[in-house]
Write a protein that binds this ligand. Structure first.
Ligand SMILES: [Zn+2]
Length: 54
């Protein structure tokens, strides 16, 4: 395991999985990310079933 972390682009909500914070969004080119690794529990996150139950 490489210890992937997950980052959501603040501008367009694209999710990036990488070992470190990306320098720029691959979709919109923005550079502001939120680390959501703690809330990601697997690939089901990518179904966009985000809830605010935390
Ligand atoms: Zn973006």
């Amino acid at each position: 395991m490489l210890g992937l972390r997950y980052y959501v682009c603040e501008a367009c909500d694209a999710v990036h999985a990488d070992v470190g914070e990306p320098t720029a969004c691959g979709r919109c080119g923005d550079g502001a990310f939120v680390d959501v690794s703690a809330t990601v529990r697997g690939d089901d996150y990518f179904t966009r079933g985000l809830s605010r139950n935390s």
